[in-house]
Design a protein around this ligand. Structure first.
Ligand SMILES: Cc1cc2nc3c(=O)[nH]c(=O)nc-3n(C[C@H](O)[C@H](O)[C@H](O)COP(=O)(O)O)c2cc1C
Length: 141
């Protein structure tokens, strides 16, 4: 089994219904090939981890890479894994920075990353959430 983490940039910010459509289709496709993972959106940035059978991860990433809704994909990590981090999510979703008004920055980061057991993966998601929460706070000033 493989785990692949990448970051990318949206061509234009997707609204909620566009994200819901993307998630709905992705979850159905992922379930068919045994993929699980997490997608986090922060402004125009996507951070996504795909995990599952090697072939499913490679094929899906190839398809995602060619999606015109985003560009400048950078693969941050590709690793053989024994167990899944997101076993119950055909594609979990978080909007980074979204809850900045109702929760403190650290609460938000902790909530997003605390369930991830792999320290490297946790650090990427925590860092991403912190960056985007901070950006949102700055934008409000
Ligand atoms: C940020 C982002 C994440 C995506 N995640 C997935 C995913 O987890 N699984 C998936 O099948 N498609 C995902 N997609 C959609 C694929 O890029 C593609 O549109 C979809 O698989 C349909 O491909 P097709 O039109 O070639 O059939 C994602 C797209 C974007 C922009």
């Amino acid at each position: 089994m493989k785990s692949l983490l990448y970051i990318s940039t949206a061509r234009s910010i997707l609204d909620l219904s566009q994200i819901e459509d993307l998630l709905c289709k992705s979850r159905a496709a992922n379930a068919m090939v045994g993929l699980t993972g997490l997608l986090v959106v922060g402004g125009r940035r996507f951070l996504q981890v795909l995990e599952g059978p090697d072939e499913a991860v490679i094929e899906t990433y190839e398809r995602i890479r060619q999606d015109p809704r985003h560009f400048a994909l950078v693969k941050l990590r590709e690793k053989a894994v024994e167990t899944r981090e997101f076993g119950s999510w055909s594609m979990g979703f978080e909007q980074g920075g979204e809850a900045a008004t109702s929760a403190s920055l650290s609460d938000q980061v902790n909530a997003m990353a605390s369930s991830i057991t792999d320290p490297t993966l946790r650090a990427y998601f925590a860092g991403f959430a912190e960056t985007h929460a901070r950006k949102q706070l700055n934008e409000r000033v």
